[in-house]
Write a protein that binds this ligand. Structure first.
Ligand code: GLU
Length: 484
């Protein structure tokens, strides 16, 4: 048997990370077994349908690099086929017309509630002669669920054997009175028509599985194997949702996570391969199987995701990172480096240090931004504080030595700063390095400022020091330093 798995999201507006994990597991399982992975959009809710929501799914799949086989199927477009199957079941005596009025159903529902039963329909039209049908009432079609006492069993590839007693299964509706198929019917017909062999999905669908099995059996179709995954939880043990933080794939993209980091994180959230933490796509395809999927819900852990992202950032190709931070620089710092070869070159020269310290592309962007700044630039509050507290003579010494420096290398710059620290601050290098960082970057956070100065170059560094002096001392006669 050749494996076919599927990812059938409902377009709700975004792709939940739980759905992304489901898609990933289906993808890996199919690739591991040399089978196919197909996509179906469950777009039958026309009242709430939005094309943008459908596109969000495709964008997320593409960003994650989960390529699927065949063309994606629209469930809505298969509706005539679903209705046709319902009619076949009526003809075969596996399903029947039910003419119950809403009032009758309400009475049955109340009665079941009183008796604590979840199923309520009393099957009153199951064996009744259709000639007794009331005139002018459009019937629904109901399936004949097992009516005899007994159990229904599913051998789930993750959960093991799951049993429910048949009295939990009623003759549910497969075709509404307006002729439209219900979700339960559509899913089964599509899964059959698409040749699905394994249904890997969230365990919130276990109850559906028992109903779906009835339809497969009624049609005499092969029943796919089921694998129900425990859901992802937040730290408080509740199903992971927006309440716990970003819940959608595209939010993680926008927060500066690399797709391979999110993938590696989601992969291990519910599945493991020994103690391996870093698992590439190729390894995952080689190793993934359902027997190592955990049975209990995994808790989402942002710190772990960040640490994986840091790993993947550190190992990422630097030109790729430059491309990835370019739009973030525009968004967050209003700096467009697309045609600025010098800015690009400076960022690339600092990239190794920058990427190794970054948890996200946002952090990388913010810490790389100073390389791309143009005079006049802004100073953040902490940098302003540092500069306001810097003695005039320290800064003048920096400027003078930067101007005359003949060894403008990381070591040379560090040396000259040491000399100033020895002369003016009893050897405390921080007293010199901190204002230097504030001046050159406009912030108080950066990789080695001596190396950063070398990358900026002597001319630019001197220009930045002059600009800073102008900004903090010349034009600000009331500042503490002006009185020194
Ligand atoms: N459309 C369903 C969902 O998004 C998928 C159901 C299934 O996998 O059978 O939850």
């Amino acid at each position: 048997m050749s494996v076919v798995t599927r990812f059938p999201p409902s377009p709700t507006g975004f792709m939940h990370i739980g759905n992304a994990r489901t898609a990933l597991y289906n993808y890996l399982f199919a690739r591991h077994h040399g089978g196919k992975f197909v996509v179906r959009i469950e777009d039958t809710d026309r009242a709430r349908h939005s094309e943008e929501a459908v596109q969000a799914i495709f964008r997320s799949l593409e960003w994650l690099g989960l390529e699927y086989d065949n063309e994606a199927v629209s469930q809505f477009e298969q509706r005539a086929r679903h209705a046709e199957v319902a009619m076949q079941m009526v003809e075969k005596g596996q399903a029947y017309y039910c003419y119950c009025s809403p009032e009758e159903l309400n009475v049955m529902r109340e009665q079941a509630k009183k008796e604590g039963r979840s199923s309520f329909y009393d099957r009153r039209w199951r064996d009744r002669d259709p000639s007794e049908a009331p005139k002018g009432v459009k019937p629904v079609v109901r399936i004949k669920a097992p009516a005899e006492a007994g159990e229904s069993v599913i051998n789930d590839l993750v959960q093991g054997e799951i049993r429910i007693t048949n009295d939990n299964l009623d003759d549910f509706i497969i075709l509404r009175s307006d002729g439209t198929p219900t979700y339960m019917l559509s899913v089964v017909v599509d899964d059959h028509d698409m040749g699905i062999t394994h249904i890997i999905r969230g365990d919130d669908h276990i109850n559906n599985a028992f109903r779906q099995k009835i339809i497969f059996e009624a049609m005499g179709w092969d029943i796919p194997r089921f694998a129900h995954l425990p859901l992802i939880h937040g730290a408080d043990g509740a199903k992971f949702s927006k309440r716990h933080g970003a819940a959608s794939v595209e939010e993680y993209r926008d927060m500066g996570f690399l797709p391979e980091a999110l993938e590696n994180y989601l992969l291990r959230l519910g599945w493991g391969h020994g103690d391996d933490e870093i698992i590439s796509r190729e390894q995952a395809i080689q190793w993934f199987d359902l027997d190592a999927v955990g049975k209990s819900a995994a808790k989402f852990d942002m710190a772990k995701l960040e640490s994986l992202n840091n790993y993947y950032l550190s190992h990422a190709e630097e030109s790729r990172l430059l491309t990835l931070i370019t739009p973030f620089l525009k968004q967050r710092h209003q700096i467009d480096i697309r045609n600025d070869a010098l800015a690009q070159k400076r960022v690339m020269s600092g990239m190794t240090e920058l990427k190794e310290r970054s948890k996200t592309l946002i952090q990388l962007t913010d810490e790389a931004a100073f390389y791309t700044k143009k005079i006049p630039y802004d100073f953040d509050e902490a940098a302003q504080r540092t500069l306001n507290e810097t003695a005039h003579d320290t800064f003048d010494a920096l400027l003078a030595r930067f101007r005359e420096c003949s060894d403008f290398t990381t070591a040379g710059i560090q040396n000259l700063c040491k000399q100033i620290a020895d002369d003016l601050h009893g050897g405390k290098l921080g007293k010199v390095a901190m204002p230097l960082r504030a001046a050159l970057t406009g912030t108080t956070v950066s990789p080695s400022i001596f190396h950063a100065a070398e990358i900026l170059g002597q001319e630019e560094s001197v220009a930045r020091l002059e600009f800073t002096k102008e900004r903090f001392w010349k034009n600000n006669p009331l500042s503490r330093n002006a009185a020194n």
